[in-house]
Ligand binder design. Sequence first.
Ligand code: BEZ
Length: 210
Amino acid sequence: MSIRLGDEAPNFTAETTEGTIDFHQWKEGSWAVLFSHPADYTPVCTTELGRTAGLKSEFEKRGVKVIAISVDPVESHNGWAPDIAAVGGTDLNFPIIADPDRKVSQLYDMIHPGEGDTSTVRSVFIVDPKNKVRLTLTYPKSVGRNFGEILRVIDALQLTDAAPVSTPVDWMPGQRIIVAPTMSTEDARQRFEDVEEVRPYLRWAKQPTA
Ligand code: BEZ
């Protein structure tokens, strides 16, 4: 069964490049990004994992732990790690799950039979500190993901959790936000700066600070 937004992220125990991990225990109290890649020693995957390693401080700043998965065994992940470091310019600094029996991949519906073989497609699950799934993305094997977009979504989720706001099309951190429909314009003027009502249902405001 597919995993929907708001569902509890299914827990699992798995072998990783950093030892055996119980997912919920490993991420306890943190946000997490769980993302699959099709196979080790493949070009797009090498660039994606290298980029993720280079973004470690950006994920840490936001309280996010990152974990990758593929159906290859842990010895393969360990053998591939120097290539990821060489291509990305940073040592591998997050665990990669080894899932040769496809237990976790099937639990998260990461294998799409129409996509060629029994390896995982490029899935992304953003999970919040309470283990709720807050975002899912699925990319085909031939298309690398944009990890800047993953950071942008985490920023938007953390902002909209903290205040009654939404983020508009193409929003980037620091830009104007939209006041939630549940808040009156009068209340919005008390709470936010630079409120502009362009329609009764569309009120812009300056992004609130934490
Ligand atoms: C890649 O990472 O380059 C890749 C992996 C599987 C299928 C296609 C591309």
